[in-house]
Design a protein around this ligand. Structure first.
Ligand code: SAM
Ligand code: DTB
Ligand code: SF4
Length: 336
């Protein structure tokens, strides 16, 4: 009998159904599975909710760069570290909308606006709502990542057309204070709660390659899998080492471990769009393909992420063509 056709009355639990009661030990045990078994299970779950030949194509724009008061140890935009990134003011809505139109013309389906802020200030809401409304009107899925936010601010952005808010937990709770000291894990959970309360979808994931252990990576995925609702979008970043930041010298994570992270994310948040976010610049085509097999179904396209490089369209178009994969049809993104 196929476990997916099982009858709950038989006592067989469908492993592809979302669960919110994962224990940390269960998540850690998934990481310990033989690689082939883990990837097979993740691929089965992926097929249950998505077409495995489809990838959502997102594009990023830094709408306000640098000068950030936070001290996230990986980030080029923190004012605590001397990096090559120069600070700039919040862009004008028209300039953002023009870039979004270009991204859409290039095939992007989703547009994410990032600002190097600790939190959203009410005085910036008119510009933010104008740019979000304009991007939404182009027919793009919209996302923003602007730091901490209140429920009222989240409601205002949602009313303007914001579909998703990105706010990452970054790592497991036990490693978090090795990475950031200026805001707490609870601050991040509170912002995610405000976003959910406003009825907006959440985009929440983290980074590997910051010197954390596998237990910390399991800790992050355990947190995500036990939120009141799973993040509809789950980005996994591989650290882009930024010269001048405290974490730039961290030991890189092995590619197979990155695939495990993707596979476990797919298994514990089965209906989420799992994104390979930062780090594809240093991943082989074969490693990215293994990630797609293990359940990743979105990438960021375009030559830039926020402040760092990303593979250009030519190499991504060739990869998709060689894999016979195609952009995700909008209906394939189901609510988690
Ligand atoms: N200031 C906002 C905030 O942190 O909430 C939004 C922008 S921030 C750049 C968005 C996310 O990008 C971070 O939470 C982190 O997970 C990821 N990120 C930033 N710098 C990175 C790097 N060098 N390598 C990998 N991921 C990174
Ligand atoms: C996410 O998790 N990763 C993206 C997006 N969400 C905002 C950002 C990656 C940034 C990589 C470093 C940079 O370009 O500055
Ligand atoms: Fe600021 Fe965001 Fe960078 Fe942290 S990750 S320093 S909050 S821009």
């Amino acid at each position: 009998m196929n476990a997916f056709n099982s009858n709950p009355a038989d006592g067989v639990i469908d492993p592809a159904q979302p669960r919110y009661d994962w224990t940390l030990a269960e998540v850690e045990a998934l990481f310990e599975l033989p690689f082939t078994e883990l990837v097979f299970r993740a691929a089965e779950t992926h097929r249950r909710w998505f077409d495995p030949a489809e990838l959502q194509l997102s594009q990023l724009l830094s709408v306000k760069t640098g000068g950030c008061p936070e001290d996230c140890g990986y980030c080029s935009q923190s004012q605590h570290f001397k990096t090559a990134t120069t600070a700039s003011k919040l862009m004008d809505p028209d300039a953002v909308i023009a870039q979004a139109a270009e991204a859409k013309a290039g095939g992007a389906q989703r547009f994410c606006m990032g600002a190097a802020w600790r939190d959203v200030k009410d005085r910036d809401l008119p510009k933010l709502t104008a740019m979000i409304g304009g991007v939404k009107a182009l027919g793009l899925e919209t996302c923003a990542t602007l730091g901490m936010m209140t429920v009222d601010q989240a409601r205002a952005l949602k009313a303007a057309g914001l579909d998703f808010y990105n706010h990452n937990l970054d790592t497991g709770p036990d490693y978090y204070d090795k990475v950031v000291t200026t805001r707490t894990y609870q601050d991040r959970l509170d912002t995610l709660a405000a976003v959910r309360e406003a009825g907006m979808s959440t985009c929440c994931g983290g980074i590997v390659g910051m010197g954390e252990t596998r237990a910390d990576r399991a800790g992050l995925l355990h947190q995500l899998a036990t939120l009141p609702s799973h993040p509809e979008s789950l980005p996994i970043n591989d650290l882009m080492p930024i010269p001048g930041t405290p974490l730039s010298g961290s030991e890189p994570v092995d590619g197979l471990e990155f695939v495990r992270m993707i596979a476990v994310a797919r298994l514990v948040c089965p209906k989420s769009v799992v994104r390979i976010a930062a780090g594809r610049e240093h991943m082989s085509r074969e490693l990215q393909s293994l990630c797609f097999l293990a359940g990743a179904n979105s990438i960021f396209v375009g030559a830039r992420l926020l402040t760092t490089n990303n593979p250009g369209r030519n190499s991504d178009d060739a990869l998709l063509a060689d894999l016979k994969m195609r952009p995700m049809t909008p209906k394939a993104a189901v609510p988690a």
